[in-house]
Design a protein around this ligand. Structure first.
Ligand SMILES: Cc1cc2nc3c(=O)[nH]c(=O)nc-3n(C[C@H](O)[C@H](O)[C@H](O)COP(=O)(O)OP(=O)(O)OC[C@H]3O[C@@H](n4cnc5c(N)ncnc54)[C@H](O)[C@@H]3O)c2cc1C
Length: 376
């Protein structure tokens, strides 16, 4: 089976690798260079923030991915020689006002979340400012160095004999004939295949307009900053009032992020930079001595309630979508991709596919909420 995939972010590249390993012939088309949009800009936390505030279908994908990530990363490193640095630091969540809900979620899903006292908080993260009396801790959670994840995926795809990776190739439209996928069109050619998967992140909706479909995925800008601290200065991912710090192995500490509905505008603002720097330094006073070495912005593929679209278009056979992972595309990627592979190859999957299906969620004027209710 020949499959054309449009968009080389983490989702598109993982999808290409998985289908190629399953024996398909894959053409991956990327407008610029693979892995340079949201998948590069993200923080790489391998968990939703405040996971108990999300719906069960998100928990199903994130739990599957969290279990799968260690093996995946091992394989990616073996295949590419690049270590994506999956680092299990634990996630410390402070200032929680829905403690009961969090504990009930942890019980229901048998996921490890423990309440921690003031003393335990400072044992876990000695660099925190004083004054925190209670929190929650998820020891299993970690982060991945997502630019490295993308580099590893790209290197692997370049070496796979049944993958054709075409960068600097923008897909201008998808063409159908009699309700079936026919080809994708670029500036210079039409590429015919048995099926097409749209993995174009925040740009997925625009692409489906060529099939007169309205996919409610919209760009949601996120800005982040990075401090150069010393390794070990910060040892956990810490989340307080929706803002977080993420330690990397080399002492880099990422702080994020903003959530801005400003269309396809990736510019960075001084206001956001100051806000993020101030919040991070107030959380971790030692960061006052660490220089700010990076400030960037990316566009998340925002979807209603953060629920991704994974499945076939209702009106055009053999056009599939895997997009709209919103704030959680890095943690949800392995499960989203594995489920999509099962759908395409007609296989069963332990995850029920129906919540992510496109029927009833695409094609009509669907308004995104002005504020994402699960965005904290
Ligand atoms: C600041 C920030 C922090 C984040 N933190 C986290 C986190 O901690 N954990 C987490 O799980 N997630 C996080 N995310 C979300 C995560 O990064 C995204 O959900 C995920 O990367 C989306 O992956 P994607 O492959 O769908 O999209 P993208 O990475 O955006 O890739 C889409 C690709 O499609 C290409 N494309 C678009 N249109 C076309 C076309 N017409 N033709 C060819 N190619 C096209 C683009 O160039 C792009 O390379 C964060 C995001 C941001 C911005």
């Amino acid at each position: 089976m020949k499959i054309v995939i449009v968009g080389g972010g983490a989702i598109g590249m993982m999808q290409a690798r998985e289908l190629a390993l399953a024996g398909c012939e894959v053409v991956l088309l990327e407008r610029h260079m693979c892995g340079r949009e949201a998948s590069w800009a993200g923080g790489g936390i391998i968990s939703p923030l405040y996971p108990w505030r999300y719906s069960p279908p998100i928990t199903a994908l994130s739990t599957w991915s969290q279990e799968y990530y260690p093996n995946l990363v091992q394989s990616l490193e073996a295949e590419s020689g690049i270590d994506p640095q999956l680092t299990r630091t634990g996630l410390l969540v402070l200032s929680i006002d829905d403690r009961e809900r969090a504990l009930a979620w942890s019980r229901d899903h048998q996921l490890w979340l423990e309440e921690v006292s003031s003393e335990q908080i400072y044992q876990l993260e000695p660099s925190l400012r004083s004054g925190f009396n209670e929190g929650m801790y998820m020891p299993q959670v970690g982060s991945i160095r997502n630019p490295r994840l993308c580099q590893a995926l790209r290197a692997i795809l370049l070496g796979l004999p049944n993958v054709e990776l075409k960068e600097n190739t923008e897909v201008l439209g998808i063409q159908q004939s009699k309700g079936q996928f026919e080809c994708v069109k670029t500036q210079s050619e039409a590429i015919y295949a048995d099926a097409c998967i749209v993995t174009s992140g925040a740009w997925s909706g625009g692409l489906l307009e060529s099939l007169q479909m309205c996919l409610p995925v919209e760009p949601v800008r996120g800005q982040m900053v990075a401090f150069q601290a010393n390794p070990g200065d910060v040892s956990r991912i810490v989340l307080d009032h929706g803002k977080y710090v993420i330690p990397r192995r080399d002492g880099l500490v990422l702080a994020g992020s903003t959530l801005e509905y400003v269309g396809f505008d990736k510019s960075r603002t001084e206001e956001a930079k100051h806000e993020l720097v101030d919040i991070a330094r107030s959380m971790i006073p030692a960061l006052a001595k660490a220089p700010v070495v990076e400030h960037w912005a990316g566009l998340r593929p925002g979807s209603p309630n953060g629920l991704p679209f994974i499945g076939e278009l209702p009106n055009v056979e053999r056009v599939f979508v895997n997009a709209g992972q919103f704030r959680n595309g890095l943690v949800l990627a392995p499960a989203s991709v594995n489920l999509m592979t099962a759908i395409i190859l007609g296989q069963e999957h332990v995850i029920d596919r129906s919540p992510y299906a496109l029927e009833g969620r695409i094609g009509q004027e669907a308004e995104l909420p002005a504020e994402d209710p699960v965005s904290l």
